[in-house]
Design a protein around this ligand. Structure first.
Ligand code: PGA
Length: 235
């Protein structure tokens, strides 16, 4: 595991972008990049947009999202689809065949699709205040592949504002599983702010347990963590 502690959010975003660029440029073949959503990676997508528009990241990269809410119009605020369109896809010229959207209708064939692409090269992860990664909530089984997950009250509270209130957060989401994440060649874990400090401490230095989904990442052979100093303050 490599941990990079940055002074602030902007530096976290830049460091993360550099890591992704380095990892994706290392091979001259089709590469896959799993996209997290939320407040954490917004600055990263600005950096990646600039790298794509300068031709640093080329047309061998296939992008896909790693989770999505169920039972909601995907053009609505709060959804992962809308977030990625607004913060990434609208600003870059990526043809539809290189932008794959996970949703409740296609999740059953997602693992097959990823396998056919040669698996995941890099997956970007934020972390929930309760330790969720993608939308694998506490007590999600470590051996799960892409599946539907009931959301915890903590996660609904954390993301309520994006939907105009906690009660408007859909009850379930589709998510790549813990096993899907552990099968990725590289994992980038990002966190910013002291609200994430406890989750980061438990994830990186605590017991490996399904109660804290991110703790399994300690066993990943290529885990790269980029956190700002507030999120790192308990390490
Ligand atoms: P955030 O969400 O980036 O908005 O903090 C991360 C998450 O809940 O996984």
């Amino acid at each position: 595991m490599k941990i990079v502690i940055t002074d602030n959010y902007e530096e976290m975003s830049r460091e993360s972008a550099n890591f992704i660029i380095k990892s994706l440029l290392s091979e001259n073949k089709k590469m896959t990049l799993g996209l997290a959503t939320g407040n954490t990676p917004t600055g990263l997508y600005k950096e990646l947009t600039s790298a794509i528009n300068k031709g640093i990241l080329g047309d061998n990269i296939i992008y896909f999202n790693i989770d999505e809410y169920c039972d909601i119009d995907l053009n609505k605020n709060g959804t992962c689809n809308k977030y990625l369109v607004d913060n990434f896809y609208n600003n870059v010229n990526i043809p539809a065949e290189r932008a794959i959207y996970l949703n409740e209708n296609n999740y059953g064939s997602y693992e097959d699709m990823l396998s056919k692409l040669g698996g995941i090269d890099v997956v970007i992860l934020g972390i929930g205040e309760n330790g969720h990664i993608a939308y694998n909530e506490p007590y999600a089984k470590f051996n799960t592949l892409t599946h539907v997950q009931y959301l915890s009250e903590t996660s609904k509270l954390q993301h309520g504002e994006e939907f105009g209130g906690k009660d408007k957060v859909p009850p379930t989401a589709v998510t790549i599983g813990i096993r899907t994440i552990m099968n990725a060649k590289h994992v980038l874990l990002m966190a910013s702010g002291d609200k994430k400090a406890e989750a980061i401490k438990k994830a990186l230095q605590g017991e490996i347990t399904e109660e804290m989904p991110a703790s399994i990442l300690q066993l990943h052979p290529n885990l790269h963590v980029v956190v700002d100093k507030e999120a790192a303050k308990l390490l």
